[in-house]
Design a protein around this ligand. Structure first.
Ligand code: NAP
Ligand code: ZN
Length: 352
């Protein structure tokens, strides 16, 4: 199937239109028309090849909401017209202990990324959701719960699950004290989801510019990381801190904020970090951990939770051809709090 999208052709050039083929339907495949796609900072990292594993052209986008347009003959869970979603993975081995537990993101063979991955059968590069159509095996297709606003829900597929998963792993519940470093796409979802689970949430931001927003999102307070007095007063305060900062940084100032046995979980920067001081780690028996997206079952659980509690990302809708400006604004942390591309703004190729 011929489709159209926007691709990065080079780490330094703006994204531009790209016409390409989606694979023909396998028996267990679902084909969809993409309606909305969120803009994740990982899309920007990938377009710029920050992680060194991009190929070109590459079509980013892994916060995808669509409508089923056809199904393979073995598909049982979806029918034409269903509203569905796809996140950061489109395949995994399905055989290993992690896949069997529903933790496909931790597949022993590595999961197949929605973009920047390679099809497990053809070895062709995968291409993401900044496009008109997608083909995905049914096991990696999520069901959009009734009543969830389709346009706004797209960022749940990455920003939502990436913050939901550590909240669940570290058993956040009513009364848990949660800190969120960086109020961006992931950060604002971490706040909403943690508040939804009954936690007492603090946003840790570089300045107080987002204080009113933090309170509006449900946080109890905003702590300015540049304010050393305020940081000192917040020592020993948190059970869990989710660090969403997208660049190399020093976590040493944040470690004393954790209570004994507290955990700082890195979900942001992918790659080498600054050296950090082990003293607060040892003395408080504190932990530093990492967490990648989340499994398919957990993603469906998060979508259903959001539908039940009416939790939705704060979105700024854009046209496909506004993506380069959106990337520039995202780099400056000037987005409140997720760009979502309305795919109706992208003309379908004449041959589909
Ligand atoms: P984003 O919307 O750009 O938000 C990042 C936030 O971090 C900004 O709003 C800002 O918050 C803070 N920040 C930005 N630049 C900073 C700097 N130089 N120093 C300190 N803080 C800074 O990004 P996102 O989409 O939430 O993604 C965040 C990171 O998570 C990215 O690196 C992305 O690749 C990664 N990610 C990881 C996974 C995973 O599976 N673990 C999944 C998705 C994304 P303040 O203005 O409040 O300081
Ligand atoms: Zn993402």
């Amino acid at each position: 199937m011929k489709t159209v999208g926007f691709a990065a052709y080079d780490p330094k050039k703006p994204l531009a239109p790209y016409t390409f083929e989606r694979r023909g339907l396998r028996d267990n495949d679902v084909a969809m028309e993409i309606l909305y796609c969120g803009v994740c900072h990982s899309d920007l990292h990938t377009a710029r090849n920050d992680w060194g594993w991009s190929y070109y052209p590459i079509v980013p986008g892994h916060e995808i909401v669509g409508r089923v347009t056809s199904i393979g003959k073995g598909v049982t869970r979806y029918k034409l017209g269903d509203h569905v979603a796809v996140g950061c993975m489109v395949d995994s081995c399905q055989e290993c202990d992690q896949c069997k537990k529903g933790e496909e993101q931790l597949c022993r063979e590595g999961n197949t990324g929605t973009y920047a991955g390679y099809d497990r059968f053809t070895k062709e590069p995968t291409q993401g959701g900044y496009s008109k159509h997608l083909v995905v095996r049914e096991e990696f297709c999520l069901r959009m719960p009734e009543g969830l606003d389709l346009a706004k829900a797209a960022p749940l597929l990455c920003a939502g699950i990436t913050t939901w998963s550590p909240l669940k792993t570290w058993n956040v519940k009513p009364g848990s004290r949660v800190g969120v470093i960086g109020l961006g796409g992931l950060g604002h979802m971490a706040v909403k989801l943690a508040v939804g689970l009954g936690a007492d949430v603090t946003v840790v931001s570089r300045s107080n510019a987002k204080e009113a927003d933090a309170l509006e999102l449900g946080a109890g307070r905003l702590l300015v990381s540049a304010d050393s007095d305020a940081m000192a007063q917040a020592h020993d305060h948190f059970d869990l801190i989710i660090d969403t900062v997208p660049v190399r940084h020093d976590i040493t100032p944040y470690l004393p904020l954790l209570d004994v046995d507290g955990t700082l979980v890195l979900v942001g920067q992918v790659g080498p970090m600054e050296e950090f001081n082990t003293v607060p780690l040892l003395l408080g028996r504190r932990r530093v951990a990492g967490s990648p997206i989340g499994g398919i079952r957990e993603t469906q659980e998060m979508l259903d939770f959001c539908a039940e509690k009416n939790i939705l990302p704060d979105c700024e809708m854009i046209r496909m051809d506004e993506i380069n400006e959106a990337f520039e604004r995202m780099e400056k942390a000037d987005v409140r709090y997720r760009f979502v591309i309305d795919m109706a703004s992208l003309a379908a190729p004449a041959t589909v």
